[in-house]
Design a protein around this ligand. Sequence first.
Ligand code: GDP
Length: 646
Amino acid sequence: MQTEVKKANMSSIAEIAKEFEIRPGQVFTVLNDLGISHDGQGFEADKETLELIREAALDQLDKKLITLKPNSSPRDIAFALDVPQAEMQKSLISKFRIMKAIGNPLSEDEAKKIVEGYGFEYAVASAVAAKPKPKVASGPKPGEKILRPPVVTIMGHVDHGKTSLLDYIRKANVAAKEFGGITQHIGAYQVTLPEGIITFLDTPGHAAFTNMRARGAQVTDIAILVVAADDGIMPQTIEAIQHIQAANVPMIVAVNKIDKPGANPDRVLQQLTEHNVIAESYGGQTIVANVSALTGEGVPELLELILLQAEIMELKADPKGQLTGTVIEAKLEKGRGPVATLLIEEGTLKAGDALVVGNTFGRIKAMTDYRGEKMTEAGPSAPVEVLGLNEVPAAGDKIEFFADERGARIEAEGRVDRARVKSLTTAGRGLTLRDLRSRMQDDGIRDLNLIVKADVQGSVEAVKGMLEKVKNDEVHAKIILSGVGQITKADIDLAAASESIVVGFNVKPEGEAKKEAEKRKVEIRTYSIIYELIEDIEAAVKGMLAPKFEEQYIGEAEIRMKLSFSKKGIVAGSYITDGKVMRNAKAKVYRGKDLVHDGEIVTLKHFKDDVKEMSVGQECGMTFGEWEDFQEGDRVEAFEVVQVNA
Ligand code: GDP
């Protein structure tokens, strides 16, 4: 049984070499580095390990290192260098002066001489089998998936009580026995209730939420929308709703500040219906809790509702599975080095584990929880602060487990290189109208996601109304956020997270938003004429966003003389009265007010020389191709054709 599995997992060294256009001997180098044994032709690896090998193989392209086992024969070297055996046999004597049969073992010096003779560096393989495999999950046999705590993010308008609510829940539920109840801020904390555990992300607001999503990390299971009962729905409430809906995360509404005299929870629910958030008491499905973060009223019920929602969702993970997780927060601390808070998703993180985190790596030296208590293990949904990474990762970076630090380092270094290459060769993750069609084919994109911002609510509604009708069999325009006001950085974050195009009507991006859009390669299109906006989007949906050209006036010349040359035909001897004229520029020739010719300046001469352009005050000779009916006194207006929607 065991052998059957092994055979199924065998990979060919020659195939890997061919795929990455390297020599088989360079694949030996990869296998040696990663501590994987091979028989000279093939090796045994599971899917994950094979992926690791393939990534490392890519890095061998610009290296020239051939690793050979001791006592390799000329035949082995021929294979390693991808040289025909006959050629090797010939070179042995004629080039390398080695008198050995092709199958006989060579000394190290001899092997080195041959490898270097072919322009490669030579290394001797280390005792491979003794090394552990690079990548094995902490518990190699996946266990059973068990229920895990929900991960909750709190969002809402500024001052509606997000921080207060997080603080109240923490104080009331976290048994902070030491230091008079002071808990650490590590970016997330857990509360333990008789009915279950909840993990709260401690950075309220949708900026962090969307930022993480933009990086492909969605850690939030349930979003709490906080709305102050005395204030009602405010702009950031609407933004938060849109962000939550775009992420497809279940929402619980916490109507806060119900202790206040002016509180009107019912009005909040009414307002919410206008944004398609319908409370259960209004016949909808959205769960609502009335709370006071000040007095704590209603908070236990809110926590119960969270656990209830989690139960419905059946959130499960395997504590024995392959370790995965996400960076919630990270910083550099004096005396401690890079400090990162990780949220474990699958598997169990243990102190001493070697990890690759984004583009960095390290061995976990110390693990603490949100109470500052030492941990030795962290399972699914647990936030944990770790020390030992060699650099500060970014929030949203994924973690990966490695059995040894060396493998982790190789992987992390490879990633840095690849990231560099990628940043030089690809346009980033944003979507542009122009590449919509090819992305549709590659990625099967079916929705053209749009974020619509306009100057007044009336325009927002008008643009939305018209855009919602734009569709064909393949693509639909889908508005994932709309609002009044300038295009902000938050809009760009959401656009990056949801692969949207930002459309502005009578509004412009703020400075910061512009920079962010450039960085993230998010396309912003601004318009002041609604039909142009609709036309562009329609064209994009049809995949036919034709380049749009505009004639831009560049100068004017007066024809002073008709010059006749037998070979060159008739030339218009002209004087430039304004701007400049250029060869190949568009030319409109006027006689008085009448347009007598609409064509192109085909040749442009200064005396006998062909020139590219001539400026005001200069004399020149022009021809217009076939057309020679010009007269003295005709006016030539020159235009350059410029693409205006590039
Ligand atoms: P955030 O910006 O959403 O994080 O809001 P904060 O938590 O900072 O709260 C803003 C203000 O509202 C603070 O002065 C809080 O003390 C106050 N506040 C928050 N929750 C309540 C509440 O339930 N009742 C009352 N009366 N005040 C509250």
